[in-house]
Design a binder for this molecule. Sequence first.
Ligand code: HEM
Length: 196
Amino acid sequence: MDIAIAARRESAGSSMQGGFGLSQGSGGRCKDLRPLRRHSQSLLKQLAVGVQAVMGEQNCSASLVSSGTIDLCWLSYSRAVANGLLGHFYDTFLVHPQIRDRFAGTTAATQHEALRHGLSSMLKFVEGDRMGCECLKRIRKSHSRAGLGVDPALYPLWSDSLFRALRRCDPLYDPQTEKAWRTVTELGLECLRSGY
Ligand code: HEM
């Protein structure tokens, strides 16, 4: 069976609390860092319009990206999680005092589950999966001013930690994979920002 399909099936079978089902290994090959291209303002505006349309009450099932983009991300996600993505992400993310304070009193298991669930919700949201869309809407609410109050100005710290961890933990990471992840995470983060 195609690994992307297997990963999706496994993911689709997990509940909002459930696991993705991949165990973490140790190590992971390092790749050279490449300079990241920033999205232009006009592209970000287009993304915002797309997210608003999809997050509307009537439409929670439109795919926002091509199947090629989403497949690249699911495959990369599977490889990276198996190589310790979750731990490596928090090694960088929690270095920032303003982030560390937010997670004081939480266990590594809780943190890992939040990232695993957050990423799989983002991926399912952009591919037009109704449950993924509902999960991301719930996360948008929990991170809003009225909830955890996560200021959108902090999201670049989240992205930087994610991309460092992906480069380190996905042995097949390349510019095409990076571009796919950029597209998906911009859409997901735009969704969270729009609910702040
Ligand atoms: C700088 C950015 C972020 C900060 C500071 C932050 C902070 C937090 C905090 C403090 C918690 C509660 C932990 C606990 O007490 O159990 C949490 C939970 C969670 N976060 Fe974030 N978060 C950020 C970004 C994100 C993003 C981008 C996503 C989605 C991809 C996400 C998904 C989740 C999920 C799924 C949970 C579990 C609780 C829930 O479902 O609402 N977070 N986050």
